[in-house]
Design a protein around this ligand. Structure first.
Ligand SMILES: [Zn+2]
Length: 304
């Protein structure tokens, strides 16, 4: 890669496809879906979800002559991946392959959704799932607290550019697994070593079958097998994660009210993915499958 080549690709969004919100948060709607998902995330590249702090490596049991390193986010002594970081990574993926708004975009066309009164709120797919200004989302990612024995090291990142600079209206950027900024690194980052894995827990309430399908595709399910990029340094070969081992539970709202224990409905992910077809930008999804899919990542990943 030449020094001025870009390690990202762009997709131009279509106008947001907003529909009326069917339910607020005040009650469970038996015609919508409420439940949880559990998945396994395999680190195929080093991952840095940072605290923003610069610390001496010795403080974090890292052997190095470097004076200060940008460390991983922690809760107490344990490395943690905040649910909000996971949510952000999956939201930006889902924004790309659906016709969703772009919350950071100030143009009339792509400006973030604005919820109004309860019965007149129209939201795009990403805002229905993940929330908008004034509307709490219907999907929640739990924080992941990693075990103390998780393997870490120091990765030298090349100088970073402002990732939003020069962005056109409706333009979205993503970082293909095989496009790597190969300039020499001079920024020391603490990273999680590849070849390890952790559990992701997601809960959702009052979402339609179509929206659950979109969430599942974003979580790497379906024929596209998209592997998201998580955390910082995406242009420098960091962040690629493969999601596998999906397990899900759908609450049977009616039966649960009449019982002392929670009752569940059958969970068939393929059915929801099929339902999501009307909200998919198929060309974009195919492009993402090519550049962010498991096929491309397979050779780099320890998990085969
Ligand atoms: Zn929106």
């Amino acid at each position: 890669m030449s020094p001025d080549a870009k390690a990202y690709k762009t997709i131009t969004a279509e106008e947001p496809q907003r529909i009326l919100l069917q339910n607020g948060h005040e009650r469970f709607n038996p015609n919508l879906l409420t439940g949880s998902l559990q998945l396994k995330a395999h680190l195929c590249q080093p991952v840095h979800v940072g605290s923003g702090l610069l610390e001496p490596p010795i403080m974090r049991d890292l052997q190095s002559d470097i004076l200060l390193v940008r460390t991983l986010f922690r809760v107490g002594d344990k490395v943690c991946i905040p649910g909000t970081s996971l949510k952000g990574a999956f939201r930006s993926l889902i924004e790309m392959f659906t016709n969703s708004c772009a919350p950071g975009d100030d143009s009339d066309e792509f400006r973030g959704c604005k919820p109004g009164e309860a019965d007149s709120t129209e939201l795009c797919p990403a805002c229905r799932l993940f929330g908008a200004f004034g509307f709490l989302g219907n999907v929640r990612f739990e924080d992941v607290v990693l075990p103390t024995k998780i393997r870490r090291s120091i990765f030298m990142l090349p100088p970073q550019y402002n990732s939003g600079k020069g962005r056109q209206h409706g333009e979205r950027r993503y970082y293909p697994h095989d496009l790597v900024d190969e300039r020499e690194g001079n920024w020391p980052f603490e990273v999680l070593d590849p070849g390890q894995s952790f559990e992701i827990k997601v809960s959702f309430k009052n979402i339609s079958s179509e929206d659950l399908g979109l969430l599942l595709i974003g979580l790497g399910q379906g024929e596209w097998q998209i592997c998201p990029k998580l955390g910082g340094g995406k242009s420098a070969g960091l962040g690629s994660v493969r999601i596998t081992d999906l397990r899900g539970q759908l609450l049977d709202i009616h039966a649960s009210y009449a019982s002392f224990e929670s009752q569940y409905l059958p969970f068939v992910p393929e059915d929801h993915i099929k339902e999501a077809q009307d909200f998919l930008e198929v060309d974009v999804l195919e492009e993402l499958a090519e550049n962010l899919g498991w096929e491309l990542l397979r050779e780099q990943c320890d998990e085969k």
